[in-house]
Write a protein that binds this ligand. Structure first.
Ligand SMILES: NC(=O)c1ccc[n+]([C@@H]2O[C@H](COP(=O)([O-])OP(=O)(O)OC[C@H]3O[C@@H](n4cnc5c(N)ncnc54)[C@H](OP(=O)(O)O)[C@@H]3O)[C@@H](O)[C@H]2O)c1
Length: 350
C-alpha cells in the first residue's frame, strides 16, 4: 500500500506543463496544482486541463480581473505539498528554495538551469536515472540534469559498463536548438559558441571518472538537439554491431537508421500523435554511427523538452516513494509508453 504523495509543480512553461500533464495521470501521486506567474492565456489552458492554478499573492487580483478561477497562492500550494517539482525559469528555483521550500521544510526537485555549486547552488546532487537513481532516495533537494546532460549519461553509462577501462576519453560536440517550438522568442540567424559549456561539469558530477571534453554550439533551429560523441579507445574500437546491441537494450533509447535530420524525427513524433510532439528519448542514428581504428563516433538526437519529463518522474519516485529502480522504470514506462514508442520510431525509420 503506497501513501499518496502531494506534489506541486511550481512553474508552467515548456517543462512545467509537461510535468503537470503526466503527474496528473499518476494514481500514486496527488497533484495539488501548478504555479503560474503571468496572467496570460496559458492559465486558461491549465484550467481547461482541470489543473488547480496557484499564483503569487501580489498578482492574485490580476488573475481574478481576467476571470481566471485560481485556487490560492503559491505559498498555500507549497504548504500543502510533500514535495515540489520546481520548473521555474532558469535561476528562479534558488529564490524559491530560500523563500519557500527551506522555510516550510519541503523537499524539492530542481531543473537543469539551476546551479549545483557557487553562491546560488540549490542542491549538490544531479540526478541521471541510468547512473544514480538510488542515491536520490531520501534526499531533500536534487537537480534533474538538463536534457543534454541526461542524454549523455544515458549513453555513456552503458558504454562504460560494457567497455570499461578500454575507453580512453569521450569528446562530445553538442548542437543546441535556439528555442523550443512553443517559445515565442525569435530565432536569430547566427551560430553561438559556448566558452565553458556547463554540460561537462554536470555530467562529471555523476560520472566523475569519465574523461570528458564537451563543446556546445547554438544553431537557428527549434527542433531538437544533436550530439556528436567521439569515443576514443586504448586499442581498437568495438564493432558497430556490438555498440548498437549494447545501446538497443537501454530504456529511453531508439535506434533509427534512415532519419535525415532532427526535423524528420520531431515531425514524425507529431504525425504519430505523440503527446506534445515529444519522443522523450534519445535517438541513435545508426546509419551515421562510424568506427575507425581506435575511434567510435555516435551521432544522436536528443528531444530537449521531452527528455527530462520521464527523468523527473523517475526522480520523484526515488525521492518521495523510495521505489526500487526496476519498479520505477516499469511505472514510468507504463505512463509514457516509452518502450512501445521507441519500437514504433525504429519501425518508421528502419
Ligand atoms: N525547455 C527545455 O527544453 C528544457 C529542457 C531541460 C531543462 N530545462 C530547464 O527547465 C527549467 C524551465 O525551463 P522551461 O523551458 O520550462 O522555461 P519556460 O518555458 O521559460 O518557463 C518558465 C516558467 O517559469 C515560470 N516562473 C516565473 N517565475 C517563477 C517563479 N518564481 N517560480 C516558479 N516559476 C516561475 C514562468 O511562469 P509564467 O509563464 O506564468 O510567467 C514560466 O512559465 C529551466 O531550468 C531550464 O533550464 C528546460
Amino acid at each position: 500500500m503506497i501513501n499518496v504523495v502531494n506534489v506541486f509543480v511550481n512553474g508552467y512553461g515548456n517543462i512545467g506543463r509537461r510535468l503537470a500533464f503526466i503527474l496528473s495521470s499518476d494514481k500514486d501521486l496527488h497533484l495539488i496544482g501548478i504555479g503560474k506567474y503571468s496572467a496570460d492565456e496559458k492559465t486558461k489552458e491549465a484550467l481547461d486541463n482541470g489543473l488547480n492554478v496557484y499564483v503569487p499573492e501580489a498578482k492574485f487580483e490580476q488573475f481574478r480581473d481576467r476571470k481566471y478561477d485560481v485556487s490560492g497562492t503559491v505559498e498555500d500550494a507549497v504548504r500543502q505539498s510533500d514535495i515540489v517539482v520546481d520548473a521555474a525559469v532558469e535561476g528562479r528555483g534558488f529564490d524559491n528554495k530560500k523563500r519557500l521550500y527551506e522555510p516550510m521544510g519541503k523537499a524539492a526537485i530542481f531543473q537543469g538551469g539551476e546551479d549545483r555549486s557557487g553562491s546560488r547552488s540549490v542542491a549538490d546532487m544531479i540526478h541521471n536515472s541510468r547512473v544514480n537513481y538510488s542515491l536520490a532516495n531520501g534526499r531533500r533537494y536534487v537537480i534533474q540534469g538538463s536534457c543534454n546532460v541526461s542524454g549523455m549519461g544515458r549513453i555513456m553509462q552503458p558504454l562504460s559498463e560494457r567497455y570499461g577501462d578500454q575507453i580512453k576519453r569521450f569528446d562530445v560536440t553538442i548542437v543546441r536548438r535556439w528555442a523550443d517550438l512553443e517559445d515565442s522568442k525569435d530565432v536569430r540567424d547566427s551560430i553561438e559558441w559556448d566558452r565553458d559549456p556547463h554540460h561537462q561539469n554536470d555530467v562529471k558530477a555523476f560520472l566523475p571518472s569519465a574523461n570528458l571534453f564537451v563543446e556546445a554550439y547554438k544553431v537557428p533551429s527549434r527542433m531538437m538537439h544533436l550530439h556528436q560523441m567521439a569515443i576514443r579507445f586504448k586499442t581498437r574500437a568495438p564493432s558497430k554491431e556490438d555498440v548498437i546491441e549494447t545501446l538497443h537494450k537501454e530504456f529511453g533509447i531508439a535506434i533509427l537508421n534512415s532519419a535525415k535530420s532532427t526535423a524528420d524525427v520531431r515531425k514524425k513524433a507529431m504525425d504519430l500523435g505523440f503527446k506534445h510532439g515529444d519522443t522523450n528519448m534519445v535517438h541513435i542514428h545508426s546509419d551515421a554511427l562510424r568506427v575507425q581504428d581506435d575511434i567510435l563516433k555516435i551521432l544522436y538526437s536528443d528531444d530537449q523538452t521531452g527528455m527530462v519529463i520521464p527523468e523527473n518522474h523517475l526522480l520523484l519516485q526515488s525521492m518521495a516513494l523510495g521505489r526500487p529502480k526496476h519498479e520505477a522504470i516499469q511505472k514510468t514506462d507504463g505512463l509514457f509508453s516509452m518502450t512501445k514508442r521507441a519500437r514504433i520510431l525504429e519501425d518508421e525509420f528502419k
